[in-house]
Design a protein around this ligand. Sequence first.
Ligand code: UN1
Length: 490
Amino acid sequence: MQEYKLFIDGEWTNSSIKDTFDDIDPATLETIATIQVAGRDDIDRAVESALKGFKVWSETPPPKRADVIYKAADILTKRKEELARLMTKEMGKVLDETRGDVQEAIDIAIYAAGEGRRMFGETTTSELRDKFCMTILRPIGVIGMITPWNFPMAIPAWKIMPALVAGNSIVIKPATDTPLLTIKLVEILMEAGLPPGVINILFGPGQIVGQSIVHHPDIKAISFTGSLETGKWIMSECGKSMKRVSLELGGKNPLIVMDDADLELALEGVLWGAFGTTGQRCTATSRVILHKDIKDEFTNMLVEMTEKLKLGNGLLPETDVGPVINKSQLDMIKGYIDIGKDEGAKLLTGGNVADIDLPGYFFESTIFTDVKPDMRIAQEEIFGPVLSLITVSDIDEAIEVANNTRYGLSSAIYTENITDAFKAIKKIDSGITYVNAPTIGAEVHLPFGGVKGTGNGFREAGLEAIREFTEVKAVYIDYSGRLQKAQIDQ
Ligand code: UN1
């Protein structure tokens, strides 16, 4: 059994404490690795190393930083299949999806590397004579990153690649359920020529290691993807020390099916959006808002196809849906089934821990109908294969229901009516709206993130990612040779 140490200053190094945790395949419950937990001293060591790394890396010209990232993208491409297989073993989702996860890391690497030769500021006019004005982008410093288990490579890469091209250094703590893909990503970056100290990995529980990262005075910004509760805590802690924080939190994503929709297309979209990744995406479709005139027909089609989804080990080609990540998620999902029943929603299919020939954490793909917009199963993020169907009478009611949650990440509408489509685009309070496509499937060159309880105004990916990891400076160059006073000289 391989035991992984911490990665500090370019080396795998023993933790200062003797604590480890097991990395478990959620389908077979086999232990696939043992991981060392970081102690307080290790956090200080990692930040010291990152400060040293920052000196070297921030002075490296951005196109040269980009060369390292392009090379990492090449290595990732060559090793895509092997990494996808490892990810399925560690996280459970099916191979097609883990290939997509690695591909998303490759895409963001190439996109971010391209910014090495752009990284544009602005030049503009001055109100005074013989004065030149521009903006430049500067790196922030050491960034602390805390990442979730559902996209073990894509989400760390969304943060790491833009942060690197912008010249920052990094201390990252991957989720304890999925450390291996961050380890691989960092190994690949080192192979591609990243100097020691620029990226450092710590492992351990959020309550200890995550908290210490958030509180460390030399970490200048935190980038976090995870739950709303943790996000709120991080934001309030960062408020106390005036630390920049970017948050990607939950979703309760609605998908509207109007009476004129192509129902076959909508059906495929709902199955993929709700049960892909076993519903464990922050972009997962968790509420389907059905126009009353197609409700019965669509519901029947949906239940029939949902019951055909095959649960199993994600490594097997016949598997449609893999396990959920761990026991506590499984218990939480079970809890929501009871909550839904108690609230008076009607269970149409699923609702149980799956009885299959594997010891892991499998849960049946589940659909509730007659869900009212205020029920807890329509409000709270379940992060599992549980879908709520809500019926409405028209587009305005559909949008009102769509907006009736504390989250605002993704949303979708299926319709052939351009007016309804544009109403949804304009009025749904979310960071992403899809028309005739499901709520999942964001591409890396567009901004990713949400409103309300989903985030705090930052976006990941796309050009926004460069803003997430840089400070902008305004520069005034006066070549008039005399004191000129803005606002005063006329
Ligand atoms: C997430 O669920 O945390 O759009 C990220 C998507 C993926 C990313 C999801 N490209 O579903």
